[in-house]
Design a protein around this ligand. Structure first.
Ligand code: ACO
Length: 167
C-alpha cells in the first residue's frame, strides 16, 4: 500500500521547473516502464521531451501540477483541455509513496470544479493498473506512432462528481 508522505506538497508549474520535469520524465520512463516496453520504445517515448522549448510551452499551456518532496519536484501531472490527462510522471526514487495518487486526485478535483463531467487518459501499459485502481474504466486499446516506434496504450475514462455532488 502506498504511504502518504508528510513532506509531500503540491503547487502549480513554473517555467523554471522545465529542466527538472524533463529529467523526471526521462528517469521515470527509463526505470519504471521496462516491463512493458522495449528499450527502443522507451527511448522514442523519452525523446518526446528533447525539445526543451516545446516541452516547457506545453506544460505552461496546460494545467500542470508539480508534486514536491521536502520542496523538490518529484512528479508532475498535466491536464490537456478540460478533460484529458496528458501526462503523469513520478521520479523512480519517489514512486510508491502516494505522489501519483496525490497528483491525480488534485487534477480530478480541479477538472470537476471547472465542470468536466468525465476525465480521459491514454494510459501506458505500466500505468493502466494505477488508473483502474482509481476507478478509471478501459474503453479501447491504441497503438501510437512515436518516432520510429509503435507504442501500445489504453484509453480509460472516469465519471467525476458534479459540482453539486462534490459540495
Ligand atoms: N499498477 C497497479 N497499481 C499501481 C501501479 C501500477 N502500475 N502503480 C501504483 N499503483 C497503486 C499503488 O500500489 C497505490 O495503491 P494503494 O492506494 O492501494 O496504496 C496506488 O496505486 C497509488 O500509488 P502511488 O504511490 O500514488 O503511485 P506512484 O507515485 O508510484 O505513481 C505512476 C504511479 C505515475 C504510474 C508511476 O509509476 C510512473 O511515473 N510510471 C512511469 C511513467 C508512466 O508510465 N506514466 C504514465 C504515462 S500515461 C500518461 O502520462 C497519461
Amino acid at each position: 500500500m502506498a504511504v502518504a508522505h508528510p513532506k509531500l506538497g503540491l503547487r502549480p508549474f513554473l517555467p523554471d521547473d522545465t529542466t527538472l520535469l524533463r529529467e523526471i520524465f526521462r528517469d521515470s520512463i527509463e526505470e519504471l516502464t521496462a516491463d512493458d516496453y522495449t528499450e527502443a520504445q522507451q527511448e522514442a517515448w523519452a525523446s518526446v521531451a528533447d525539445d526543451v522549448t516545446d516541452f516547457g510551452n506545453k506544460r505552461s499551456g496546460q494545467l500542470t501540477l508539480v508534486a514536491t518532496l521536502e520542496g523538490s519536484p518529484v512528479g508532475f501531472a498535466s491536464l490537456e483541455g478540460k478533460d484529458k490527462i496528458d501526462m503523469l510522471y513520478v521520479h523512480p526514487a519517489a514512486a510508491g509513496q502516494g505522489v501519483g495518487a496525490m497528483l491525480i486526485d488534485a487534477l480530478e478535483k480541479l477538472a470537476g470544479a471547472r465542470g468536466a463531467p468525465k476525465l480521459f487518459v491514454d494510459a501506458s501499459d505500466n500505468a493502466r493498473g494505477f488508473f483502474e485502481k482509481r476507478g478509471y474504466v478501459a474503453q479501447q486499446r491504441n497503438t501510437v506512432s512515436v518516432g520510429d516506434e509503435w507504442l501500445a496504450n489504453t484509453t480509460l475514462h472516469k465519471q467525476l462528481a458534479t459540482k453539486r455532488e462534490a459540495s
